[in-house]
Design a binder for this molecule. Structure first.
Ligand code: HPA
Ligand code: ZN
Length: 341
């Protein structure tokens, strides 16, 4: 490992855009499938891993939702969450904000309490055992109706005090943010933070809708705004964070290579860019891998890497005192790092 890679891997960092369901490693997925007697198209972890070749977002989502059927019992959600937070802690993530989409499970008869309580319990244990700071963002699926999302919001009501907010993922094209205007207004009325995936596969106009129509706190992905210079200026002016996931964009063929990724263009335009993992198992990359690979492909300087990681702490849904402490910890790490020169 070279010094730059060691620097990146050792940095205290955030992961603000990841889906717990996308953290299930193939071995775990196969084991849970057997435990819950779910019939899968793959017999071994090796076979499953070989299926992780995607053409676009939809081809990924098809596999991802198929994988979700192995999550049935409380213990499954607990194990998945605890395993991800352990991996995140091991790569020096000190703040993780994770998505979970209950509709995949409640649809199949799993009680919402089984999903949320076990996930939150794993987060409590990770905090207590590893000292990792973490929070849950409940995610709604945009290929369903707005009424489905509103129903989910009602189901989640008893947990409002224990979650960070509400997000939205799923098939983007044809399901613009404007489809969920009433839903996000209802979330806001409840005092919940809101984020939405926009401009991952959809156009820059979806990012504009997310910001102007919904008034989101962060945009997940948001990379398409590189196509609209006026929007980029606005985003920079409003300082709305983008949770970019470069390896995800590469695997879903949003970019032909990481060297063609707009990450640096967005940074240079003054946007609040953060780097995150999205679905680390399916895309073969945790947040440190994303930073290391972007550094190499785009020739980012150590200062630029530090700025991306700082942006993560600034964009995190944490109290000012925790933010100050995290930024101070980052500064201490950076100034004390031995570059061997
Ligand atoms: N995009 C949209 N929905 C998702 C994703 C994504 O990258 N990952 C999990 N659900
Ligand atoms: Zn995502």
């Amino acid at each position: 490992m070279d010094r730059m890679e060691a620097f990146i891997r050792g940095m205290p960092k955030t992961d603000l855009h990841m889906h717990l369901e996308g953290s299930l490693e193939p071995e775990v997925l196969i084991r849970l499938g057997e435990r819950n007697k779910r019939r899968l198209r793959w017999k071994t972890a090796q076979e499953l891993r070989a299926a992780y070749e995607f053409q676009d977002l939809q081809s990924f989502l098809d596999l991802y939702y198929e994988g979700c059927q192995v999550l049935v019992e409380e213990a499954d959600f607990y194990e998945m969450t605890r395993a991800y937070l352990r991996a995140a802690h091991a790569e020096n993530v000190i703040r993780a904000e994770v998505f979970l989409g209950p509709q995949s499970f409640t649809d199949k008869g799993v009680a919402i309490a089984a999903v949320l309580d076990s996930t939150l319990e794993a987060m409590d244990d990770a905090r207590a055992e590893d000292g990792i700071s973490c929070g849950l963002i409940v995610s709604a699926q945009r290929h369903r109706t707005e009424q489905d999302a509103l129903d989910l919001l009602e189901q989640v009501r008893p947990w409002f005090g224990r979650i960070l907010g509400i997000g939205m993922g799923g098939a983007e094209k044809g399901n613009p943010p404007s489809k969920f205007r009433r839903f996000f207004r209802a979330c806001r009325r409840e005092g919940l933070r809101i984020t939405i995936h926009a401009g991952e596969e959809g156009p820059a106009s979806y990012v504009r809708e997310a910001v102007e129509l919904l008034g989101v706190d962060r945009v997940d992905h948001g990379v398409a705004c590189v196509d609209d210079p006026e929007l980029m200026r606005e985003m920079a002016e409003l300082d709305i964070p983008l949770t970019v996931c470069p390896i995800s964009n590469l695997r879903l063929k949003g970019v032909p290579s990481l060297s063609a990724h707009p990450l640096k263009k967005l940074m240079d335009a003054g946007l609040h860019v953060t780097v995150n993992s999205d679905d680390p198992s399916y895309f073969r990359g945790y947040v440190s891998d994303n930073l290391v690979e972007c550094q190499r492909a785009l020739g980012l300087t150590a200062e630029e890497i530090v700025s991306l990681v700082r942006n993560g702490f600034i964009a995190a849904f944490i109290a000012p005192a925790e933010r100050r402490a995290a930024l101070a910890r980052l500064d201490t790490y950076v100034s004390g790092f031995d570059w061997g020169r």
